[in-house]
Ligand binder design. Structure first.
Ligand code: ADP
Length: 501
């Protein structure tokens, strides 16, 4: 409290004068007055509001509050409170922070401003104390400190490297994972240029990143290569966001770098394994065709030329042999079809879906009229897919919609396409037998069937082919179904090839 304020308060005396009392009572700050022995002689309404109690005048001593603690939580006896110290002639320490508890258990922070009142000879006649409520400021400080500590802990315990830099590309902070990932300690690297981490052939990335940050843009999951202290390279995914000062000016960037070396290896491994598998499936199905053809031809010759010489059972076995060979032929040719899907072929790269559908419906005219199916389609778009692939999709999905029809109703099949953001969503819906929820994903696997070939013909490759085609174009395929009511197969095709490659 300033000397001037203290003088002014001293002038108000012991609060016995009604005019000064009125002023003190109207003050928005808690205030109380004591005699020279510390007994309370006056307190204002703000003191009652703050301390949560009305002390007993002439009895309660030193302090208006119920319980007091020092800032570190140690209880402070009333006779050692700042007012008591001042009245006992001790030093008045200003600006200390105390914690107090109200009788209802709630707590508040305050700073006391005690002053002693003296007579003309300088003898202490009493004291006056102002208690300034600092609870909200303390809570804000605590929150900010906690957020800082929390944040700090997150940054330190993160598995990702978290780095910040200024707009000149100078590194300003470096967490533990950055040390692990790049091999530099914080002491070694803070203050040095971020280009230390960039391989020479990628240095042009930095000005482009800085330009985007200056424009307030964020760089998300940018996959690139960076260099460790020992010179080895690592694959990383970077997410970089601009850092702003209090006025909103961009002053730097924070960078999260994730090591994706293992993921890259795993992806390359999967790609290689897939290629091997495809090569194997292709060679196997290709090489199987020849012996299969012989099997078919000779079993047919046997049936044709020697059926009168064979007894009933031999004929029955021959029938099984022929049926098996025919089924295997279909399987092998479907499998070959599956392995051959590639969009890197000659020919047109876009297809008018109306034309593709018309070709498919014409080729299926027989089975459609036999089933009595009604097929309704909307006007469909032209999409960046090879026509043969789009036809394969329609062929398999509409073929299934006809094949897995319900015998209780006329099959109704709808073909639609909806434009959604960057892609087209095609839907082929039927009112057939439907699919139980637990099989909604499995049916897209190779050879996955829910029925025997006696119930429904098929190889279990059709939907796997559809999935493979859609994946080639970075689309998705799925089914929604109500068992017994029908199914809707949907697939998406991105509108442009460039947007995905
Ligand atoms: P296939 O029809 O040769 O068995 P698919 O791969 O085309 O092979 O389909 C896999 C399985 O998914 C089918 O055996 C069938 O059980 C189920 N399925 C596919 N389409 C439908 C459909 N529209 N309605 C009901 N079930 C279907």
């Amino acid at each position: 409290m300033t000397a001037q304020a203290r003088k002014a308060l001293t002038h108000l005396g012991n609060g016995s004068d009604p005019a000064s009392r009125e002023i003190l009572d109207a003050l928005p700050v808690a205030l109380y007055i004591t005699d020279a022995e510390g007994r309370l002689t006056y307190f204002n309404s703000a003191a009652v509001a703050l301390s949560g109690r009305a002390p007993e005048l002439g009895v309660d001593k030193w302090c208006v509050t119920w319980k007091i603690f020092l800032a570190d939580g140690t209880p402070l006896p009333h006779d050692q409170c700042p007012m008591a110290v001042a009245l006992k002639g001790g030093e008045i320490v200003e600006g200390i922070e105390c914690l107090a508890e109200r009788p209802d258990g709630t707590r508040f922070w305050f700073t006391p401003y005690p002053a002693v009142l003296r007579d003309s000879q300088g003898r202490i006649t009493g004291g006056i104390n102002l208690l300034v409520d600092i609870t909200s400021r303390k809570l804000e400080q605590d929150k900010a400190r906690q957020a800082g500590l929390l944040l700090g802990a997150i940054v330190d315990s993160s598995d990702d490297a978290i780095i910040s830099k200024d707009l000149n590309g100078t590194i300003t902070s470096w967490n533990k994972s950055a040390e692990r990932l790049f091999g530099y300690t914080a002491e070694e690297i803070i203050g040095r240029p971020v280009t230390l981490l960039i391989p020479p052939d990628r240095l042009e990335e930095e000005p482009r990143i800085i330009a985007r940050l200056k424009a307030g843009e964020r760089v998300d999951h940018f996959e690139t290569i960076r260099r460790r202290k020992d010179g080895t390279l690592l694959d990383i995914s970077l997410t970089i966001s601009p850092v702003r000062d209090a006025k909103g000016n961009i002053i730097g960037a924070s960078k999260i770098a994730r090591d994706i070396t293992e993921r890259r290896h795993a992806e390359a491994e999967i790609l290689r394994a897939n290629r091997d598998l495809e090569q194997f499936a292709f060679s196997a199905s290709h090489d199987l065709q020849e012996p299969l053809r012989s099997l078919k031809i000779y079993s047919e010759l046997l049936a044709r030329r020697y059926s009168d010489k064979l007894d009933g059972q031999a004929l029955e076995f021959l029938g099984y042999l022929r049926a098996g060979a025919t089924r295997m032929e279909v399987l092998v040719s479907d499998l070959l079809g599956y392995t051959r899907i590639s969009k890197h072929e000659e020919g047109p790269e876009t297809a008018d879906a109306n034309a593709a559908l018309a070709i498919v419906l014409a080729s299926m005219a027989g089975s459609i009229s036999e089933s009595g199916a009604r097929i309704v389609s909307e006007s469909l778009p032209t999409v960046p897919v090879r026509p043969a692939h789009l036809q394969q999709l329609f062929q398999n999905l509409i073929g299934n919609a006809v094949k897995y029809r319900s015998l209780e109703r006329t099959p109704e099949i709808h073909v639609t396409a909806k434009s959604q953001e960057a892609e087209w969503t095609f839907a082929i819906s039927d009112n057939g037998i439907g699919i139980a929820p637990e099989y909604k994903e499995k049916i897209f696997g190779l050879f996955k069937r829910l029925h025997t070939s006696e119930e429904y013909s098929g190889t279990g490759i059709g939907l796997a082919i559809c999935q493979r085609i859609v994946a080639e174009y970075h689309g998705r395929i799925w089914v929604d179904s109500e068992p017994g009511q029908g199914s809707t197969f949907c697939f998406t095709i991105p509108r442009t090839r460039n947007s995905v490659e």
